[in-house]
Design a protein around this ligand. Structure first.
Ligand code: APR
Length: 238
């Protein structure tokens, strides 16, 4: 658990910061019961990402890919935001210049009440057409047929998430880079910092504080490393 010294140094730095950026990963939703990808019990221990989270996988077997995302939607639907998500809402309310950048697609930041969210890996609660511009917010946990057909053109719909090998949403990514470049503090929460370009944001930041239960490649170089569950550390920070 992070020491009092690190916590008070982190609190002071946050309080003095004019602009704050936050980067979250799957770890912030772990205490809501949502499996992470690489930790113990992580999704990539039980499934092969190349068989589920790539355009090739979807082209080869859209039904199985949809079944996996619908299973994940079911887990997320049954989950609640936790104290970590809520602490970031408080932090956003406390400071005028705040940007939350998330790699998560689960929508728990939205449900907690965060407003300024940049979803660099998309949104599991969005379905979009593989052929035309059709897209919709979608709470469906099941469909009559898989893959669901686009109501406009009949082609398969896909989950509105970014798969391995795909480009991140251009405008969202540009906003994320700008927010980090302008931030006095980047708070990095619950990410193994192994997936680029998202992890590259950490390298762009002026001053990094990391909240994680384990160490990451960036732990030796961040200004303040707060070891512990985000559901406990973040409320203590704000
Ligand atoms: N509090 C803080 N950190 C936690 C907690 C917790 N309660 N539980 C786990 N963690 C940390 C783990 O130590 C790990 O560093 O969260 C991190 C989760 O890492 P990953 O599972 O790799 O998730 P993430 O970093 O978000 O993955 C990035 O990879 O699979 C793709 O697109 C997917 O957005 C995802 C991206």
């Amino acid at each position: 658990m992070a020491g009092q010294r690190e916590l008070s140094a982190a609190r002071e730095r946050l309080a003095a910061a004019h602009a704050v950026a936050v980067l979250t990963g799957a770890g912030i939703s772990a205490e809501s019961g949502i499996p992470t990808f690489r930790g113990a019990g992580g999704l990539w221990r039980n499934f092969r990402p190349e068989e589920l989270a790539t355009p090739e996988a979807f082209a080869r077997d859209p039904r199985t890919v949809w079944e996996w995302y619908l299973w994940r939607r079911g887990l997320i639907d049954a989950a609640e935001p936790n104290a970590g998500h809520r602490a970031l809402v408080t932090l956003e309310q406390q400071r005028p210049r705040f940007t939350l950048i998330t790699q998560n697609v689960d929508g728990l930041h939205d449900r907690a009440g965060s407003r300024r969210i940049l979803k660099v890996h998309g949104d599991i609660w969005q379905s979009r057409c593989t052929a035309c511009a059709y897209q919709r917010k979608d709470r469906a946990l099941a469909y009559p047929t898989l893959p669901p057909p686009c109501p406009e053109c009949g082609e398969p719909l896909r989950p509105g998430v970014v798969w391995f090998g795909e480009a991140l949403p251009r405008i969202v990514w540009a906003e994320a880079e700008r927010a980090v470049s302008q931030a006095d503090v980047l708070l990095v929460v619950g990410t193994s910092a192994q997936v680029y370009p998202a992890a590259g944001l950490i390298e762009m930041a002026r001053f990094v504080m990391e909240v994680n239960v384990a160490t990451t490649p960036f732990s030796p170089s961040v200004a303040i490393s707060l070891q512990g569950p985000s559901g406990e550390i973040l409320p203590a920070l704000v």
